[in-house]
Structures are given as structure tokens and as C-alpha cells.
Design a protein around this ligand. Structure first.
Ligand code: NG1
Ligand code: ZN
Length: 520
């Protein structure tokens, strides 16, 4: 490491006065013009992480479902997962360092405490469609180079594509963008090749983000096996009145799809295409949401159908579903009582869900907002390869493994998962929707002076501070039939989030309003 060079580079990316970046639910997010120093420092961090692990790491410049004027950075481990939580404190320290001198001191400390070898770390860089991406990618590259590392510029990609590429690269597998399409499309083609179900056109709201171009590329490789019509492909503002977060939180039809036909099969991606929700218009005109909870249940049914045909002499693979407190109570009840599957509840953020899903042979994790995937334990994969020579069911599971992104939740691979599951059961959206009825729920955001005064415990279901808040919430919940409510500070926006569900929409709305008042 050339200290003089490092100092000079650090000086070029000064932190704006008064800016206090913090690593949140999925990395750093802020108004884009504030972020140059943060992204530069994340470049430093990921170059060091690459040296520590002896493998390539990744960095995506994106603010996901947030407005186009924001940006952010998501950090990728060599496994393709999100940055190891033990390193989040280093990310915070680096991002928050006041000046170049303080920054260099933290780097020295990092090298010493983590015993980082000297050398050149490889960091793969990608970005979404935000206009601020170009400058921020430059800042990330400068950070990597300032530590003597090698930035590999992968360009415009969905977040899950970059995660997939990092994982494949480190497993010495082909990892180009076209290999990504090839692999997930091959899995899908295998799973649907003998399906007799009539194909349905899927209309996809692409949030005016990167998903539009990438889903088009995927559909082209499926040679007619997936009929998609794309909406919000870039003509409007990113995530502006459209996208998975808008549809899931507002329960409204996205821009350009207000006039969709009753019963037409529709889906929404978010701005960086790692979230997916389905929806349809009911005969009464209202929107019916098929969210991440429902995708998890559908995935479990697909897996169960295949496992029922698998004969093996060892114990049956364990299958479990991981959710957060935002999961609709009706979905959790269905999973426990009807599917009789093990469930786990973790704090918000896929880093938590992912870790819990790894405890099963097949771990399904989804946030209600549509971010999730299905993980296969390596020992099971090995067994399946052996069984695959003689058994169709093992081949089906291996096809599923190839189709579903093993690194992180992925809306494109999620579409293939949902479409394959529906087609194999010859189901339409109504069959899927009829599995259970969601409890009415409401989410609100509350702006407060300092959201960090709200702290929580028990997978965010209980407010620890401010004192007295939880007992006021309990009081309100007692007054609502089948009521449940919780609050937590957002890790991506400057708000406190309120969630409430109850037997009727009116009761859920009232409960959410009451709890929001307790937060103020
Ligand atoms: P925050 O802002 O911490 O609630 C949101 C989502 C998370 C996750 C992250 C990352 C909700 C309620 N929260 O986090 O689930 O997806 O963004 O993008 O949807
Ligand atoms: Zn996203």
C-alpha cells in the first residue's frame, strides 16, 4: 500500500460537512450528491475484504426502490451474499471518518486488526440506471485502486446479477451476464418442458429501472416459453408511482397499468430488480396483491411436489421458510398449520433471513415486499447429483437450483420460479390466491427528529426504547380484533415504520394510526 498515494486519493473524496453515513439494512443510502466519499471508502473496504478472503468481492451502486435522486451502495461477499455482518462496523468507521488523515488511520487499524495481507484485491462493480451512477462508480473504482486493488467494471446490471457473478467467479464458473441468462433459463425450460398448462401473458411493471432491459434479454433466451409484456421500461421516473415497493406498500396499480384487465396476470419489480410482487385486478376493481409471503408458499408447494417423487435411503431433506415480522399473519399460520413446515422469524433485511435459511437443507426466505430466494445446502446438492443419474425428481431439484439465484433474492429468477410453479400445477392466480386470505394490514411511515431513539428486540416485534412506547402499543393492540402491531426504525430511509394488521381493514388502519401517534 502506497500511503502517500492513498492519502492523496482520500483527499479527493472529502466527506460533506455534517454528513453522518451509517450502514443500514442493506448498505448505505442517501441523497446522491452526498455519497461520493462514502462510495470511495466502500471501494477501499471491498478491496481490503477481497485481500482478507483471498477472493473477488463486489459493489453495486443502487438505491433500489428509493427515489431517483437518492443513491446508495450494496456490498457483496465472495460467496455472493451481502457483506459479512462482522465487517459492517468497519464500513461505518470508514464512511464516517472526518478527513483523509482519520481515514488512513482507520485503514491502518483495519490492516492490523484483521491481519490483511498485502496484495491486489479484485472488486467487481455494477450500477443501476440512476444518472448519478457514473460518478459514483468512478469513486468506487478510485477507492479500490487507492488500496492497490483491481476494479472490474461490469456496467449496468441488476443487483442480483452482480451477486450471482461474484459467486460464480469465485467458484471458477462462467460468470458473464449471458451465462446468467443461460443458467436460469435452462433450469426453467427443464421444469416446464412437459407442462400442458395454457401459457398466460405476464405484464411486468419494471419500475422504469434496470429490470426492463434485463428481463427483455432473459425472455429472448426463453424462445417463447415465457410471454412477457413490459411496462414502465424507462419512459417515466424511476420507482415513481410504480415498482414493487409502491404496489406492495400503497396497494395501488402502478403507473401505466391502472387500466389492466380483470384477472390479467401482472407483476412489479423494484428499481434494481431484486424484489418481485404479483398482482391482479379483482372483478370489483380492487387490487389483489400476491406478495413475498405468497411466493414463499408457492415455492414450498413446488418443492414439496418434487420431493414427494424423490426416493432416497437417507432422511428426507429438511425444508423451512424464513420470514420477518412484516409477514402477513395468515401466511405464517398457513405455513405452520397447512404446510406443516418449520418457520423462523428474523429481523428485517435479507442478511438476517439468508443466514437463518442456511440452517435447512432447502431454506426458503422471503420478505413480504418480495425480496427472497430458495437456498440449497451443499451436502444436499451433492446427494442430488448422485441421485440425478437415475431419478427425474433429483433432476428437477437440480434444475430448480440452477434457476433460483443462490446468492440473493432476484426478481428475474423469481418470475421464473412463480411461473414454473403455477404452470406445473396448472394454476392461475386465483388458485394461488385462494390458499389463504391475507389479514388486512397497513404500513405507515412516521418522520421523527431522531429515528435512532426507537430500538427493538425479539426480531423487531418489541420496542425497547423509548420507555413506555411498547406498553402504549400493547394497549392499542388489545383494542383491535386479531390485532398485531410493531414499530422499527427504517435502515434505508429517515423514518420510523409502523406495521399493523387486524381482522378488518378499518381496524388495521385505525391501529396503525394509533401506533403512529404513540411514536410521535
Ligand atoms: P427498511 O427501510 O430498513 O425497512 C427496506 C425493507 C427491507 C429491505 C430493505 C433493503 C420493508 C418494510 N423494509 O428496509 O425489507 O428490503 O429496504 O432494500 O419493506
Ligand atoms: Zn431492490
Amino acid at each position: 500500500m502506497d500511503l502517500a498515494q492513498l492519502m492523496e486519493a482520500c483527499n479527493q473524496y472529502a466527506k460533506p460537512a455534517g454528513f453522518r453515513p451509517a450502514y443500514g439494512t442493506a448498505g448505505f443510502r442517501a441523497e446522491a450528491s452526498l455519497l461520493h466519499s462514502t462510495v470511495f471508502r466502500c471501494g477501499l473496504l471491498m478491496a481490503a475484504r477481497a485481500l482478507k478472503t483471498g477472493a473477488a468481492t463486489g459493489l453495486v451502486v443502487t438505491a433500489s426502490h428509493n427515489p431517483v435522486t437518492d443513491n446508495g451502495v450494496k456490498l457483496v461477499e465472495p460467496t455472493g451474499y451481502m457483506l459479512d455482518q462482522s465487517w459492517e462496523a468497519w464500513a461505518d468507521k470508514l464512511a464516517d471518518a472526518e478527513d483523509a488523515e482519520a481515514l488512513c488511520a482507520i485503514i491502518r487499524d483495519l490492516y492490523q486488526k484483521e491481519d490483511i495481507p498485502y496484495g491486489s484485491g479484485v472488486v467487481m462493480l455494477a450500477h443501476d440506471t440512476r444518472p448519478s451512477a457514473e460518478e459514483l462508480i468512478k469513486a468506487a473504482g478510485s477507492g479500490v485502486k487507492a488500496l492497490g486493488g483491481l476494479p472490474i467494471v461490469c456496467g449496468l446490471l441488476t443487483t442480483p446479477q452482480l451477486h450471482w457473478m461474484v459467486r460464480h467467479c469465485n467458484n471458477s464458473l462462467k460468470h458473464t451476464e449471458s451465462c446468467y441468462y443461460e443458467e436460469i433459463a435452462t433450469g426453467f425450460s427443464h421444469l416446464v418442458h412437459s407442462c400442458k398448462a395454457k401459457r398466460q401473458v405476464l405484464t411486468v411493471d419494471c419500475a422504469n429501472g434496470v429490470g426492463a432491459e434485463k428481463l427483455k434479454a432473459l425472455a429472448e433466451r426463453l424462445s417463447g416459453k415465457l410471454d412477457v409484456t413490459l411496462r414502465s421500461t424507462g419512459e417515466g421516473g424511476l420507482n415513481d408511482g410504480c415498482g414493487a415497493d409502491y404496489v406492495q406498500k400503497e396497494r395501488r396499480f402502478p403507473a401505466g397499468m391502472e387500466d389492466c384487465q380483470n384477472g390479467a396476470r401482472c407483476a412489479s419489480l423494484d428499481g434494481d430488480a431484486d424484489r418481485l410482487v404479483y398482482f391482479q385486478r379483482l372483478p370489483g376493481g380492487q387490487l389483489q396483491l400476491l406478495d413475498g409471503d405468497r411466493i414463499a408458499v408457492l415455492a414450498a408447494l413446488l418443492i414439496r411436489d418434487i420431493l414427494d417423487r424423490l426416493s432416497h435411503d437417507a432422511a428426507s431433506p429438511s425444508v423451512g421458510i424464513v420470514q420477518t415480522a412484516y409477514a402477513n399473519g395468515a401466511s405464517s399460520q398457513y405455513i405452520r398449520e397447512q404446510l406443516r413446515l418449520e418457520t423462523a422469524v428474523t429481523a428485517t433485511g435479507v442478511k438476517h433471513l439468508h443466514a437463518a435459511a442456511e440452517r435447512f437443507d432447502i431454506g426458503i426466505y422471503f420478505e413480504a415486499n418480495g425480496h427472497g430466494t430458495v437456498l440449497f445446502r451443499p451436502a444436499l446438492i451433492e446427494r442430488l447429483h448422485k441421485l440425478g443419474d437415475s431419478q427425474e425428481a433429483a433432476k428437477d431439484l437440480l434444475a430448480l437450483l440452477g434457476m433460483v439465484n443462490q446468492a440473493v433474492g432476484d426478481a428475474l429468477s423469481g418470475i421464473l420460479l412463480v411461473e414454473a410453479a403455477l404452470r406445473r400445477r396448472q394454476w392461475g392466480l386465483n388458485d394461488w390466491a385462494q390458499l389463504y386470505t391475507d389479514l388486512p394490514s397497513r404500513q405507515l411511515k412516521v418522520k421523527v427528529k431522531d429515528r435512532s431513539v426507537v430500538t427493538t428486540a425479539d426480531a423487531e416485534t418489541r420496542a425497547v426504547t423509548p420507555e413506555g412506547l411498547q406498553s402504549r402499543i400493547n394497549e392499542s393492540v388489545r383494542g383491535a380484533p386479531s390485532g398485531r402491531a410493531f414499530v422499527r426504525p427504517s435502515g434505508t430511509e429517515d423514518v420510523v415504520r409502523v406495521y399493523a394488521e387486524a381482522q378488518t381493514q378499518q381496524a388495521a388502519d385505525k391501529l396503525a394510526q394509533q401506533v403512529a401517534r404513540h411514536v410521535h
